[in-house]
Design a protein around this ligand. Structure first.
Ligand code: ATP
Length: 365
């Protein structure tokens, strides 16, 4: 197990990158701590696989360093780095039994037979592969093959880290949930550094203690699922995490706060101080649908017209128009609202987030 640090690391697939947009990964510093369960989350093309391949050694970064426990490993192969990688599609030897597939990485490292048997049985038990141990891999279903693939990644005790690249894509939805829990359990039991790539926020939050959200070749936030939900530090995180994502409203400056149309939002002194320091007019106010409240009319509430009500069983999502701006509001199922009704919305100051040039403005001390 190792701490994996990336320093001033960047990667471009172009020979002569002309600008930031030519980089699949823009220059970054990042540390994956020893023994952490991490997810790397982001949309297609944001650079997740590139990042994973740079860590494993399948790809050399065009700039910067990769350090394992403080030692540069840029020149080392995946084997020399002792990294296990589980891919989207199963990698198994069809002609071998499940037992031999699982034993393969251990035989390669010259472990004694008795130890190999013990370890294979341990991993087979965790992944519920015991009944299949003597079956040839070619006769397995896609789900079973992927479990074997995962087992091959997990079987070695001496790995620096295990990297998972969307490993549950071929798994059926019922089993997906179960396997995710299993991976979490394996992490707790064996305390291995794990990095799990996905574009699915649910998958990321059920597996990881901390999530790195990637967007356009950058890690825009690295935090716990709660931090990403409550305090997204980039509009992309606000929009990508949550269902539906954060409401983002274009606003302009006004005395003591920001406004859109005739609606004013007062901001704290600390945030106003920071705002005064920037010259940008790219200002957006964010609030999650969960944090907008329905209230009786009062001086702090804003009247809005209900455009749509979507009943989602245990809760409902309201789409309301406030001065031409569509807002999503999440309500419990017992609140009665109808289309075209006027409702009064309250935006608690604690949950209003101001973004300048897409990044969160934190109050200055
Ligand atoms: N071998 C390659 N040669 C050139 N460009 C590449 C190569 N691999 C990836 N890219 C580009 O680098 C960027 C990042 O791709 P990457 O595969 O790392 O993203 P990703 O987040 O893993 O996407 P996905 O979820 O679709 O796999 C994309 O613009 C992609 O087109």
């Amino acid at each position: 197990m190792a701490e994996i640090a990336l320093t001033a690391m960047a990667h471009s697939y172009e020979k002569e990158p002309a600008g930031p947009e030519d980089y699949a990964i823009r220059q970054l510093d990042h540390v994956w701590e020893k023994g952490g369960a991490y997810a790397l989350l982001g949309p297609s093309g944001c650079g997740k696989s590139t990042m994973l391949n740079i860590i494993s050694g399948l790809l050399a970064p065009s700039e910067g360093q990769v350090l394992f426990d403080g030692k540069p490993v840029n020149h080392l192969s995946p084997r020399e780095r002792n990294i296990a990688q589980v891919f989207q599609f199963p990698v198994v030897y069809d002609s071998m039994t499940v037992f031999d597939n699982l034993a393969f990485p251990l035989r390669n490292s010259g472990l004694p037979k008795a130890k190999i048997r013990e370890r294979v049985n341990e991993i087979a038990e965790v992944l519920e592969l015991e009944p299949l141990l003597h079956r040839k891999a070619r006769n397995l279903t896609a789900d079973e093959k992927q479990k074997v693939s995962m087992g091959r990644g997990l079987v070695r005790e001496d790995v620096s880290a295990i990297l998972f690249d969307e490993p549950l894509t071929v798994i059926d939805p019922q089993l997906k949930w179960k396997l995710r829990r299993k991976l979490k359990q394996i992490h707790e039991q064996f305390d291995i550094t794990m990095i799990y790539v996905t574009h699915d926020q649910l998958e990321a939050s059920t597996f990881a203690d901390r999530i790195a959200v990637m967007y356009e070749g950058r890690i825009v936030q690295f935090g716990t699922p709660t931090e990403l939900f409550e305090n997204p530090n980039h509009t992309f995180v606000g929009f990508f995490i949550g269902s539906p994502g954060m409401n983002l409203i274009d606003v302009t400056r006004c005395p003591g706060g920001v406004q859109f149309g005739n609606t004013r939002f007062p901001l704290s002194e600390g945030v106003m101080k920071r705002l005064a320091e920037t010259g940008s007019d790219n200002l957006r106010l964010g609030i999650r649908p969960e944090f907008i409240e329905l209230t009786e009319p009062n001086p702090d509430s804003c009247p809005a017209i209900v455009e749509d009500v979507e009943d989602l069983g245990t809760y409902q999502i309201l789409t309301a128009q406030l001065e031409g701006q569509g807002l999503k509001v999440r309500l419990s199922e017992d609140i009665q609202v109808e289309r075209k009704q006027v409702v009064h919305l309250h935006f608690p100051a604690r949950w209003l987030k101001l973004y300048v040039d897409e990044f969160l403005v934190e109050a200055s001390p």
